[in-house]
Write a protein of this length. Structure first.
Lengths: 576, 379
């Protein structure tokens, strides 16, 4: 018994120590200031909890479970205290650790002892600081053990399902919306204002919970009423938010548009496209050429050659729409033709290459694209002389665009073409044998996906008014891909949730901007391991992945409980 | 009904025979008509390839050769290309080894290499601090060897962790899933290094012993170039011997052939996969250190582009094929060194050339130069 606890505790404690060391090396404690140690202990507690609950052979809070947790906590704390003491000693002796580890600076370490950086440098640290670290991490272990024990106790008692609770998720979006309204009339706040940030967070939560509510409600009259109410609330939202909040929501919904397009290529047709930003860029640049020809030296020369005026936009936003869409769709076809024979991972690498090639061309074809100086003063959309360039109207346009694309994507999903995509995704040979024209089906996926990205790109150009090649780096592709994957491949509401989580939340968590990419990257890996079907999976895809990864399905994840709370089992929501 | 009059038309008979062979080999049974369409497409693709080659040759003849570079320029560019190719080969072997066994592109391999470069850099700083680089030639050589070894160790650690954390739980999942996980791991490694070690590029100091080079007429060959080339050749030889002669190498080949049968033969598949990652990462770590000496700096994203190029090299030679990766890498190094001058385009487009080679290879010969004809499932 003792040996078991010690062995498991040693392993878990060592892993936790590695995790804490990583967090320290990337400089998290310095950001958290005095809260550093409690927050790290909290992280450790969550980690212990996740590890311990997977070990059913550990039993009893006074037995091996408690023993393991205590061992793990104390060991992690001990190692960690030694490490921080080592670094603190180096710093106090004037060694510039920063030359190797960029984030090991007095400010960062002092936060762990809850003292001022000066005290650390002069070596005035009391042993209490180290004991505090050991103690807090030991407490984290105990807390995790208690959590696991409590969880088991709860699971053993079968709680009666509360029928009334079913209504809660349906009401939640409206409650949140009321909170958004209640937090004050739309005043102009820019970023730093706390209340504004909270309103933004609440607004995003309202949209997210609205999606869950829309999925949770049973079909029938109630559903129609709820959907109408949700739609009305969504349309009303831009008028409730201020400029900053609207501009964030605008970019979120532009990424929804883009994600919905990528969702067709990746989610429906199963063609992993890492160069999707190319079509977004094509849309943005084509619109920029049409609306701001005066920024491109080559276009100026051409227009002057034909005796046309070069001072204003050539066509309006609305007339440009079909043109950009056609251009992006053609781009999709042109990419699609050469990669017809490729599958899976090869396709990913080739499309990545294409995306980079497009960006390099935009950077180097300075005559046409004005190179890194970009295309400037792109005209906003107008309606009857009224400019729709302010954040609120862009948000509205993005909403409209996203709704349109979602509608089209939804219809496509059930159509003959959509079913051909799914068949192709599952097995190309069998799909071909059943009479699906692979060339046509693949090209349609590329073209339609590209077309939507072009639309999103045009709106993006109109929102930014100035665009540069750096706006279209590989990371836009990766952002779009991650939001599709996090939301759930092939799932239309999932895309909205993914965009809110990946593009919206970082705006709320402005302070941790530095850690954004690391967080996403870790999230991608964890998501693939724990829940490859995404937060809100499309029902078809979710079931496929469940069948294939049978052994993994029995490890409950944190997120797995979400759809259940939102009403019934996933199968009960078959009729969306 | 297709077989009527077969004897009268020998050419057609041969074609139908080929088609039947193809049909029997493919897992599904599409109709002959569709096959004939497919072969027509294939002929068009081949024609397109020939046209492209002719265009390329024309461009080289008209623009590249017309610029009149001296022969010494071409020779030194060729040597540069071989050196770069040697480094690419070390990285490409990692892609090929992992792909051969797991049928998965280890997208984070370039970043594993970058971590090797960082470890090597810190080891080098340590030797400088101890003062070995100022000592006699023996000490300097020892320090350099230990730098490469440190880089290999760092990469191996990263590689094993990667396999354990990001890939092992996903074995048997649909193929997109490990690829996405690999992309996540790649970004995670890059930006963790950025956060931990800072944005400033770390500059490799070359010891005085290997500074400079020798001159033969107009041709200048730096010593580092020679060392890099020789070291990479030695490492490749070592890898070849391990894979072909050792017991573990035989186990690796067995696992690559068929995982479940290998398991039935008493091979510990998990162990073999870890061993594969160790081999690939060790080579990548050495490549990272050598690339650090070659480029003089390493920074958080310095593994990305070389990684992509090494992948290109692996595909060029036929992914999963060990000699193929070496040949492909040397060839890619040459293409990259000679291409811009031969085609008369600015060197900023060097990366575009590598990407274009990748795209063209995948379109015209997805199995690579030396690769066996993989079934379409693998390709």
């Amino acid at each position: 018994m003792g040996m078991l606890a010690a062995r498991h505790g040693l392993r878990t404690g060592a892993l936790a120590f590695v995790l804490l060391t990583y967090l320290t090396l990337i400089g998290l404690p310095g950001r958290l200031a005095d809260l550093a140690m409690p927050v790290l202990a909290g992280v450790a507690a969550i980690f212990f909890w996740l590890v311990l609950r997977r070990n059913p052979q550990l039993g009893g809070i006074y037995g091996s479970l408690g023993g393991t947790a205590l061992w793990a906590g104390l060991l992690a704390g001990g190692f960690y205290a030694v490490l921080t003491a080592f670094f603190a000693g180096l710093l106090a002796n004037g060694v510039r650790v920063q030359l190797v580890f960029d984030k090991i600076v007095p400010q960062n370490l002092a936060a762990l002892y809850a003292v001022m950086p000066g005290a650390l440098l002069s070596g005035e640290l009391s042993p209490v600081g180290w004991l505090r670290q050991v103690g807090l991490l030991g407490l984290a272990g105990v807390a995790a053990a208690l959590l696991v024990a409590g969880e088991r106790w709860l699971r053993r008692r079968e709680l009666p399902p509360l029928a009334a609770l079913r209504w809660l998720p349906l009401l939640l979006p409206f409650v949140l919306l009321a909170a958004v309204i209640g937090l004050g009339s739309p005043a102009v706040t820019f970023g730093g204002n706390n209340q504004g940030t909270i309103r933004l967070l609440l607004a995003m939560l309202a949209v997210g919970s609205g999606i869950f509510a829309a999925r949770a409600v049973r079909p029938g009259g109630a559903r129609r009423v709820l959907w109408a109410l949700l739609a009305a609330a969504l349309v009303g939202l831009p008028f409730l938010l201020d400029q900053f909040q609207n501009s964030v929501m605008g970019i979120v919904f532009i990424f929804v548009m883009m994600g919905l397009g990528l969702n067709i290529v990746v989610g429906f047709a199963g063609l992993l496209d890492l160069g999707y930003v190319a079509f977004f860029a094509i849309g943005a640049y084509v619109y920029a050429f049409l609306a701001a020809p005066f920024s491109s030296p080559w276009l100026i020369a051409q227009l002057q050659g034909w005796g046309l005026p070069v001072s204003g936009p050539l066509v309006s936003f609305w007339l440009a729409l079909p043109l950009t869409m056609v251009a992006a769709g053609l781009g999709g076809l042109l990419l699609g033709i050469p990669v017809l024979r490729l599958r899976g991972d090869y396709l990913a690498i080739v499309t990545l290459g294409f995306g980079e090639i497009i960006r390099l061309f935009m950077l180097n074809l300075a005559e046409l694209t004005n190179g890194p100086r970009g295309l400037l003063n792109i005209a906003p959309p107008t309606v009857g002389g009224y400019s729709l360039g302010n954040p609120r109207d862009i948000f509205l346009l993005a909403l409209a665009g996203a709704a349109l694309i979602a509608l089209v994507a939804n219809r496509l999903d059930g159509s003959r073409l959509g079913r051909a995509w799914v068949a192709m995704r599952e097995d190309e040979d069998v799909a071909q044998a059943t009479g699906i024209h692979l060339v046509y089906t693949k090209l349609m996926a590329f073209a339609i996906g590209a077309l939507f990205a072009g639309l999103a790109g045009q709106l993006y150009a109109a929102r930014q008014t100035n665009i540069f090649p750096e706006n279209f780096s590989l990371f836009v592709s990766i952002d779009a891909l991650s939001l599709v994957i996090v939301g759930g491949m092939g799932s239309i509401p999932g895309v909205v949730l993914g965009a809110l989580a990946l593009k919206g939340l970082p705006e709320v968590l402005r302070g941790v901007d530095e850690y954004r990419i690391v967080t996403f990257a870790a999230l991608l890996v964890i998501m693939m391991i724990v829940r490859p079907q995404g937060i809100l999976p499309s029902l078809r895809r979710g079931r496929e992945l469940q069948e294939q990864g049978g052994s993994r399905a029995d490890q409950p994840s944190v997120l797995e409980t979400l759809p259940d709370n939102a009403g019934g089992s996933p199968l009960a929501q078959k009729e969306r | 009904m297709q077989f009527a009059g077969m004897a009268l038309q020998p050419l057609k008979a041969v074609r139908i025979y080929c088609e039947i062979r193809v049909m029997v080999k493919t897992p599904s049974f599409p109709t002959l008509v569709r096959l004939r369409q497919a072969s027509a497409v294939r002929w068009w693709v081949r024609l397109l390839g020939v046209v492209l080659l002719l265009l390329l040759a024309w461009r080289v003849a008209v623009v590249g050769l017309a610029e009149g570079y001296p022969a010494s320029f071409w020779i030194s560019q060729t040597l540069n290309g071989l050196v770069l190719g040697g480094v690419y080969a070390l990285i490409a072997l990692g892609y090929t080894l992992v792909y051969g066994i797991l049928l998965m592109i280890n997208f984070a391999h370039g970043d594993v290499m970058m971590i090797g470069g960082f470890t090597g850099f810190f080891a080098l700083q340590l030797w400088i601090g101890v003062g070995w680089l100022d000592g006699s030639a023996l000490w300097v050589v020892l320090a350099l060897v230990l730098t490469v070894v440190a880089g290999m160790l760092g990469s191996v650690l990263a590689g094993i962790t990667l396999e354990r954390v990001a890939y092992r739980p996903l074995r048997g999942a649909p193929r997109l899933v490990p690829l996405i996980s690999a992309i996540g791991a790649s970004l995670f490694l890059q930006y963790s290094v950025l956060l931990i070690f800072g944005v400033t590029p770390r500059a490799y100091t070359r010891p005085a012993l290997i500074e400079g080079g020798f001159r033969a007429g107009d041709i200048f060959v730096p010593y580092t170039g020679i060392i890099i080339f020789i070291v990479s050749l030695l490492l490749m030889l070592a890898l070849y011997l391990i894979v072909q002669r050792s017991k573990l190498g035989r186990a690796m080949r067995a696992v690559a052939e068929d995982k479940s049968t290998a398991a039935l033969m008493g091979i510990n598949v998990d162990q073999v996969i870890v061993f594969t990652f160790i081999l690939g990462s060790a080579l990548a770590g050495a490549g990272g250190v050598l690339l650090g000496f070659h480029n003089t700096v390493v920074k958080f994203n310095s593994g990305f582009i070389p990684g992509l190029k090494a992948f290109t090299a692996a595909v060029l030679g036929g992914i999963g094929n060990i000699p193929g990766a070496m040949v492909g890498a040397l060839l890619l190094g040459l293409i990259e060194a000679l291409g811009p001058s031969a085609l008369g385009i600015p060197t900023e487009y060097k990366d575009i050339i590598a990407f274009s080679v990748l795209v063209l290879i995948l379109i015209f010969r997805p199995s690579g130069l030396l690769g066996e004809v993989l079934s379409e499932k693998k390709a």
